[in-house]
Design a binder for this molecule. Structure first.
Ligand code: NAD
Ligand code: ZN
Ligand code: ZN
Length: 337
């Protein structure tokens, strides 16, 4: 099979011809039809974070396709079913997090395209218990971005406990952000979209954002305060400065939801006095569970969300990464096989 491989941090990915992997006990072999390019894959390929993957590895955690074969102990009825392979490659299944619907916090988790090979290839093996069936009403091209960008932003809105008529500011209208705007509206919020690229703000406008802020030309804190402040600010741009702007745009009782992951030991300075007196919450949010993803698919199948995805061939992977880094992708890029 063809796969895009990170051979060394910071180097272009290599297209290699590799053997189709064998599904082990408890695993399925999936023939990928679509595989999204999440900014996390770029962080992985650059070795940006304190916990690093080990090259050579195949990135990608927005994979979708039919199960072609099952390993030992897996129900053969899964063969032919179309599934999504998310970031959470497996979890222990019995710790306090796993048994309480928080498998995303399991300390024994494995991450697709990071600690195990992922979806930038024609085939992938995945834990049968971690994949989520894609309903018929959702195309593979749409399902791919929903598998990380969708579930992550849906969960971010959930953990922020957004209620109708609250004001949500979304910082970064990329792959994640274009879906965050839509979920915020589904939760009943007024939405301010912040980005530095006019085209991304155009996308946010099309998707129903109430206010748009170009953070390259305007101070987002002032602009957001001018339209009532943010009850919830969701950070989807990987820059500590943006986290601070998001914090400063909050109203009393506001919630800062940290989702983007700037490199290495990036930190934000949180003023204690305001945080205490104004009852501010700072929340970290990591992807979403299998149940969250099933809900994301159900909403999409019912026509409540729109995925903006452009297709690329896998051999265009390095150009695709440059497009995302240069802010030129409209929303999500998806490799089609
Ligand atoms: P992306 O590149 O598609 O989107 C980032 C957006 O931020 C772009 O539209 C860009 O123009 C915008 N931006 C850049 N600088 C900005 C600024 N100063 N102010 C406002 N906007 C700015 O990336 P993505 O795939 O949407 O991922 C975003 C981040 O979320 C990455 O760091 C990724 O690793 C992280 N992520 C986290 C989780 C999680 O579970 N916590 C899951 C997926 C991705
Ligand atoms: Zn992702
Ligand atoms: Zn666990």
């Amino acid at each position: 099979m063809k796969a895009a491989v990170v051979t060394e941090f910071g180097k272009p990915l290599e297209i290699q011809e590799l053997p189709v992997p064998e599904p082990g006990a408890g695993q399925v072999l999936v023939r990928l039809e679509a595989s999204g390019l999440c900014h996390t894959d770029i962080h992985a390929a650059h070795g940006d974070w304190p916990v690093k993957p080990t090259p050579p590895f195949i990135p990608g955690h927005e994979g979708v396709g039919p199960v072609e074969r099952v390993g030992e102990g897996v129900d053969a009825a899964l063969v032919g079913k179309r599934v999504a392979i998310p970031w959470l490659g497996s979890s222990c299944g019995h710790c306090r997090y796993c048994v309480s619907g928080w498998e995303t916090l399991c300390a024994s988790q494995v991450n697709t395209g990071y600690s195990v090979d992922g979806c930038y290839g024609e085939y992938v093996v995945a834990d049968a218990g971690a994949v989520v069936e894609v309903p018929d009403g959702v195309s593979s091209l749409d399902a791919a971005p929903l598998t990380c960008a969708g579930v992550t932003t849906y969960k971010a809105l959930k953990v922020a406990n957004v209620v109708p008529a609250e004001r949500v500011a979304v910082f970064g209208i990329g792959g994640l952000g274009h879906l965050a705007v839509q979920y915020a509206r589904l939760f009943g919020a007024f939405v301010t979209a912040v980005d530095i690229e006019p085209d991304k703000l155009g996308v946010a406008h099309q998707l129903g954002a109430d206010h748009l802020v170009n953070a390259r030309t305007h101070d987002p804190v002032e602009e957001i305060k001018a339209v009532g402040g943010a009850d919830v600010a969701i950070v989807l741009a990987a820059s500590p400065k943006v986290f601070e702007q998001a914090y400063r745009s909050l109203n009393r009782g506001g919630r800062l939801v940290c989702v983007a992951l700037p490199g290495d030991d990036a930190a934000i300075k949180v003023p204690i006095f305001e945080t205490v007196l104004f009852g501010i919450s700072v929340i970290g949010s990591i992807v979403g569970t299998r149940q969250d993803l099933a809900e994301v698919f159900a909403l999409h199948a019912a026509g409540r969300t729109r995925v903006i995805a452009e297709t690329r061939r896998l051999d265009q992977v390095n150009d695709a990464i440059d497009e995302v880094l240069g802010g030129r992708a409209e929303a999500r890029l998806v490799f089609e096989f």
